[in-house]
Design a binder for this molecule. Structure first.
Ligand code: KG4
Ligand code: ZN
Length: 409
């Protein structure tokens, strides 16, 4: 259908032309401030109702946690405390928006690290009370799932695979606050596994990796590695559900590293000569595991008509989704099954304030979960996403056809 510029929509666009965001005062659209502190990023952003980012600010704690060998919750809390005010102030200033012009404040309240969530929530509740603004509590994984809709029109329902440092889940997104949970991790998340393997390999000492997260370091080194030099078993081969497990794989990798250290006569803490090959084999096994569980989820959705016949879509997001090799593995499965694969750009896959503000916009548009400023809200470190149908998925026991995972770097 061709879109003609009618008088009505020219008029509708006029205020934006006359008063661009940089002039601040006149906004035709409602504005939402989003605040994220669930893990190790202090993020804030102001979005208008169309999803335009007016201004944002992000403080990452990654380098600090890299030095201490993992996230120490009290350190994360202190860093959020030191940065939250500045980050929110910067986001508002860059947007040229006064707090009084906001229509609502949206903040991550679950799931995440208790001490980190607490800082964002406490700050937000003080802020909304001071400025008398509605408050929208946000589920961090719901925000990851919906981010794609800020970037392009993706209609509900769609399948979503969320993979990060704290999560691994497959769900059908049926609406802004309506999810069916098909599978989740039984132990650790793939980003956590990658971070731990990177630490065990002392990749911080590698000249190319000193400032990279574990996942980024493994992806970079794997490019020059031969994955066939180590054979790790893909997890849960005999369990025909859509859940994930990564702890056993980490154990396999640790055993292989110990064997190599003994062979090369080096101690834990020194760099092995075969880090590239271990990185490649670890990344491949994680990619295969994610692809297989997602393949089964697609077949389950098809068998139960959970996705539309026209343009069925898989959305891949979360920090680990910025990995190009993993994206390729997923694209093999989506091509085989006729789904579209959509991944937000890396900057929107990792944690930020924009995704929280966007979730706020989606909820504001639908009038869902908007609270008056004086209501007390509590954070929840653990919070499942949507209605859990993992038992139904397991009962269906769908067998997968064999798929050749030939992925080129
Ligand atoms: O979504 P995110 O920023 O924070 C959480 O909610 O966890 O994800 C961070 C995780 C880290 O574990 C990091 O190692 C991983 O995402 N990650 C990657 C890549 N970039 C970040 N994993 C694999 N490949 C990457 N390129
Ligand atoms: Zn996240």
């Amino acid at each position: 259908m061709t879109m003609f510029l009618t008088k009505a929509n020219i008029l509708h666009r006029l205020p934006q032309v006359c008063f661009p965001a940089s002039f601040g005062k006149a906004h035709s659209s409602r504005l939402v401030l989003g605040i994220e502190t669930s893990c190790d990023e202090t993020g804030a952003a102001v979005l208008d109702e169309t999803g335009q980012i007016l201004g944002e600010s992000l403080h990452s704690q990654k380098e600090v946690h890299l030095r201490t060998g993992g996230i120490i919750p009290t350190v994360a809390q202190q860093l959020h405390r030191e940065n939250i005010e500045r980050v929110v102030h910067e986001a508002l200033q860059r947007s040229n928006v006064d707090a009084d012009q906001l229509s609502a404040v949206a903040t991550t309240v679950k799931p995440g690290l208790a001490l980190s969530l607490g800082i964002g929530l406490e700050f937000s509740q003080r802020f909304v009370r001071k400025h008398n603004k509605p408050f929208i509590p946000i589920h961090h994984m719901e925000a990851h799932a919906l981010t794609v809709r800020m970037l392009q029109p993706v209609a509900f329902p769609f399948l979503v695979l969320l993979v990060s440092g704290g999560h691994s889940l497959l769900a059908v997104a049926r609406g802004v606050d309506d999810f069916l949970l098909l599978g989740h991790t039984l132990d650790e998340a793939p980003g956590d596994t990658l971070d731990k393997v990177a630490r065990r390999l002392s990749l911080i000492k590698h000249p190319q990796c000193s400032t990279l997260s574990g996942g980024q370091a493994i992806e970079l080194l794997a490019k020059d590695g031969d994955r066939t030099r180590f054979r790790f078993r893909t997890p849960m081969g005999q369990t025909h559900n859509c859940c994930f497990s990564f702890a056993g794989l980490r154990n396999q990798v640790t055993m292989a590293i110990m064997k190599k250290e003994a062979e090369e006569g080096i101690r834990q803490g020194s760099l092995l000569s075969c880090v590239n090959d271990i990185a490649a084999a670890t990344q491949h096994t994680i990619a295969s595991h994610l692809a297989k569980r997602t393949h089964r989820a697609i077949l389950f959705c098809k068998a139960n008509s959970l996705l539309p016949e026209r343009n069925p879509t898989l959305v891949l997001s979360g920090g680990v989704a910025s990995n190009q090799y993993i994206r390729k593995a997923l694209s093999i499965v989506t091509e085989m099954t006729g789904l579209h694969l959509l991944c937000p750009p890396a900057k929107f896959c990792t944690d930020n304030g924009v995704m929280i503000a966007w979730n706020g916009v989606e909820r504001l548009r639908e009038g869902k979960g908007i609270l008056p400023p004086d209501v007390d809200v509590f954070y929840e470190p653990k919070a499942p996403l949507g209605a859990d149908i993992t038992a139904e998925v397991e009962a269906a026991a769908i067998r997968l056809p064999s798929v050749r995972m030939k992925i080129l770097n």
